[in-house]
Write a protein that binds this ligand. Structure first.
Ligand SMILES: [Zn+2]
Length: 174
């Protein structure tokens, strides 16, 4: 008699991976926020998801952490990866994550934190701006032009600075 085949573990699910060593289980909403601040954006790991400004609210009831996020736009392919990263980080911290998505009001680039903007610039990525990038993130020259609608990821477009001649990415959204 052949053994019954075991169901394959779902790749990336919390069950098939060891729990990472983390600090004590958060007991306050501020401590949950601290966990979320450690989660890098999947497309642009230099900024965290809280820098990106997509976490709307956090409530903690016992061990149940309810987190509401607003995708940068509906249908954004990074949203699934972000939701999974939040669930895994909270599960690792000993919490039971409950994720909710709120699409109204929609995310705007204004929600990107000042720290997030500074991190993008340090990383050589022009932060989002209503009318497109206004200056080269390296030399601050306004003599810039777009060379491609898509940069290293679909969230970015490729630009060129005519002053320092450096190419740079512009963060559009997700
Ligand atoms: Zn430049």
């Amino acid at each position: 008699m052949t053994p019954r085949p075991q169901p394959a573990p779902v790749p990336g699910s919390a069950a098939d991976r060891p729990r990472r060593h983390t600090g004590p289980t958060p007991r306050t909403e501020a401590e949950v926020w601290a966990v979320l601040r450690q989660i890098p954006d999947p497309e642009i790991p230099v900024i965290s998801i809280t820098d990106l400004g997509i976490v709307r609210s956090v409530t903690l009831t016992g061990r149940v952490a309810r987190v509401t996020i607003t995708p940068t736009y509906s249908g954004c392919p990074a949203t699934g990866a972000i939701s999974l990263a939040i669930e895994l980080a909270l599960a690792d911290a000993g919490l039971r994550p409950v994720l909710e998505t709120q699409i109204d009001p929609p995310w705007t680039t204004d929600w990107l934190s000042a720290e997030g903007r500074a991190k993008l610039r340090r990383y050589g990525i022009a932060p989002p701006h209503a009318a497109g990038p206004d200056a080269c993130p390296r030399c601050s020259s306004p003599n810039i032009r777009r060379v491609s609608q898509f940069g290293s990821t679909p969230c970015k477009s490729a630009w060129q600075c005519d002053a320092c001649l450096e190419p740079f990415d512009y963060f559009k959204c997700h």
